[in-house]
Design a protein around this ligand. Structure first.
Ligand SMILES: Nc1nc2c(ncn2[C@@H]2O[C@H](COP(=O)(O)OP(=O)(O)O)[C@@H](O)[C@H]2O)c(=O)[nH]1
Ligand SMILES: [Mg+2]
Length: 458
């Protein structure tokens, strides 16, 4: 049976609306056949030479009417984004013009591309692996410059090479193992289990670092969540506003003003931090406040670190002690802020024993540099990977990586104590799951899930 013929796709790659220029992409075997029917070059240069830019007119062949004057850039297989013949048509950025040019392409043999179809073809043609696909996806959807930076790092292909290498190594050991299992009477040497154990542990250690880099990447790409916790009126909302440098949260002297959690991103050093202002922790006054306090608990659970906010101008209350208890029990990195340092201090630092407090006045704007330094220090000591090492994974890739790690761990731990065919099963699983991380083994459904997150035209 012959492979189904791959069609030629077209789509607008720039956002809808008016702009100076819009870009239509067309990719597939008939790209230039279709363009030759519709595009008349202005100059004498033969069309289409590869990697050239042409100025000319897109015309309606039936009437000869000009649909637009535009630039066409040519790329030929396999050196293009998709790995196929590809052209980019830069039209005037009026939706009427853009739509007319696209309709002409569709009428003369192209089909409308689906979301992510250009990138999907790039993947299927071996132009990028799944780690690079994920990087493109995250680059396009990045909301913070650090997310964009991480995505660009990943596009350099190093994580891809790493996963391919590790997978290759495990596969090598698996093949050796299978050979000695299946042909024991032949001249194939028996597996040296000590040697294999050492090799597998080495591979496992490398893969664990990769997994840590992926966890760090996920945390940093999303922004490190830091929740402000404290009793009502300790000044959490004021502190948030002070940190942001603007009045984001409502501040009043009425306890229980903040009922919902509020979230804003700011940069601390090179890291994006999501500061979460919460409802004060106390016995709720009404049902709305109760929901707010529930959300506070959730925010605290999800946070990467916590900032305990206390009113330094008053002796610690029972509510304050409850907050302290929560902070101690969270097991997360904690910073203690003694707010209202513009007023005479009434609490003693001993109340915070192992957590030296920082004096801040959110109202008068004092103490922010020290707080920022503390946050930076906390991030530095948290075991996050360095920026250049961080990895971005999609949801399915994370799951696959965890499975690969677990299988490899079983193999490395079990060697010597379990039958070699059990060992082979674990190694096989590790190889398969790593293949899902970089796309060397991946099923169509998973691909659908991955590419439907893309926009049309990418
Ligand atoms: N004197 C003084 N008052 C403050 C300071 N920070 C906040 N307040 C006041 O404390 C009250 C409660 O502040 P708010 O930020 O709403 O506290 P929250 O309930 O913890 O969010 C408001 O009247 C603020 O103006 C501060 O640094 N110094
Ligand atoms: Mg508040």
């Amino acid at each position: 049976m012959s492979k189904p013929k791959i069609g030629t796709i077209a789509a607008v790659s720039t956002p809808a609306g008016r702009s100076a220029i819009s870009l239509i992409r067309i990719s597939g075997p008939d790209t230039f056949k279709i363009l030759k029917k519709l595009f008349i070059t202005g100059g004498k240069k033969a069309f289409p030479l590869p990697y050239s830019v042409y100025f000319g007119s897109v015309i309606e062949p039936e009437t000869g009417l000009v649909a637009d004057k535009c630039l066409v850039t040519t790329f030929t297989a396999p050196r293009s984004y998709t790995g196929e013949d590809l052209a980019e048509v830069s039209t005037h950025g009026n939706p009427l013009v853009v739509s007319r040019v696209l309709q002409l392409l569709l009428k003369h043999g192209a089909v409308a591309a689906e979301a992510g179809e250009f990138t999907r073809r790039a993947f299927l043609n071996g132009k990028m692996d799944l780690l690079e696909v994920e990087a493109v996806s995250q680059l396009l959807s990045a909301n913070t410059s650090s997310q964009a930076r991480l995505a660009l790092n990943q596009l350099d292909g190093l994580p891809s090479q790493f996963v391919a290498k590790i997978r290759g190594q495990i596969l090598y050991h698996l093949v050796q193992l299978e050979a000695s299992l299946n042909f024991p009477e032949d001249a194939i040497e028996a597996i040296d289990e000590h040697l294999l154990a050492r090799e597998l542990k080495k591979i496992l250690a490398e893969l664990e670092i990769f997994a840590r880099n992926a966890r760090s990447g996920a945390l940093v790409a999303d922004g490190l969540k830091i929740a402000l916790l404290g009793r009502p009126n300790s000044g959490k909302s004021s502190l948030m506003n002070y940190m942001l440098g603007r009045d984001r949260a409502i501040v009043t002297e009425i306890a229980g003003t903040t009922r919902d959690t509020l979230e804003e991103t700011l940069m601390v050093g090179e890291y994006p931090v999501r500061i979460i202002d919460t409802a004060g922790m106390r016995k709720p006054g009404d049902r709305i406040e109760a929901i707010g306090i529930e959300r506070t608990t959730k925010a605290a659970d999800e946070a990467f670190a916590l900032i305990g906010v206390f009113d330094g101008s008053q002796p610690l209350t029972a509510e304050d002690r409850l907050v302290l208890e929560r902070l101690r029990q969270s097991g997360k990195p904690v910073i203690i802020v003694l707010n209202k340092s513009d007023l005479p201090r009434q609490v003693s630092p001993e109340d915070f024993a192992e957590l030296p407090p920082l004096s801040v006045s959110a109202l008068k704007g004092q103490g922010l540099p020290a707080l920022q330094t503390s946050i930076s220090k906390l991030i530095a000591e948290s075991g996050l990977s360095g920026y250049e090492e961080m990895i971005l994974l999609g949801a399915q890739q994370s799951v696959a990586l965890d499975k690969a790690l677990a299988a490899l761990e079983r193999a490395a731990r079990g060697i010597g104590n379990i039958y070699q065919d059990m060992l082979a099963i674990d190694l096989e699983e590790a190889v398969r799951e790593l293949g899902r991380v970089n796309g060397e083994t991946v099923d169509v459904n998973t691909l659908d899930l991955i590419f439907e997150r893309f926009c049309i035209g990418k």
